[in-house]
Design a protein around this ligand. Structure first.
Ligand code: FES
Length: 168
């Protein structure tokens, strides 16, 4: 039986082929639209570490600069002999590199352009224009050190502010 009749236009086979091509095209187009729509549902978001974190109990710290949270939280925790503690940012105030703590020289030294900072965070050499920033620190109800990196001070005149100098 002949499938094509000149007056019919398409053969049955051609019709079925075009039918599937149509569905395939529709599927691809729908997928593309769904993908684009999905980009609106899940926009680019920067996932950052929470700004507040617990840092253990004060008696877990010795006097001096503690580097246990340098890599994960980008802070140094400093304990003084008078049982006060403060938290320094590890971001150099020149152009943002990460200084190294040199315990033998009792200073932070930035490897990028040579800025030096005292254990207080005070800048004293190199191009850094100001001290390292300090973060807010307090004890929570369980006696754990809690650091709030959303609150910072730059002004050394505020270093004794109780929000930034923890008495333990
Ligand atoms: Fe630290 Fe330049 S970034 S001295």
């Amino acid at each position: 039986m002949a499938e094509q009749n000149a007056s019919d236009g398409l053969t049955r086979r051609e019709f079925i082929n075009w039918f599937w091509v149509g569905w395939a095209t529709f599927g691809v187009a729908s997928g593309a639209i769904a993908t684009l729509f999905g980009r609106f549902l899940f926009p680019n978001v920067l996932f950052e570490a929470p700004s507040m974190f617990r840092a253990g109990k004060p008696d877990e710290y010795s006097v001096g600069v503690d580097e246990r949270f340098k890599d994960t939280q980008k802070v140094w925790i400093v304990k003084n002999a008078d049982n006060t503690m403060y938290v320094l940012s590890t971001v150099c105030t020149h152009l943002g590199c990460t200084p190294n703590w040199l315990s033998s020289e009792k200073k932070f030294k930035c490897p990028c352009h040579g800025s030096g900072f005292r254990p207080t965070g005070q800048n004293f050499e190199g191009p850094a224009p100001r001290p390292l920033e300090r973060y807010a620190v307090f004890l929570d109800t369980m006696g754990m050190i809690k650091i709030d990196k959303s609150k910072t001070i730059r002004d050394p005149l505020k270093w004794n502010d109780p929000d930034y100098l923890l008495k333990v």
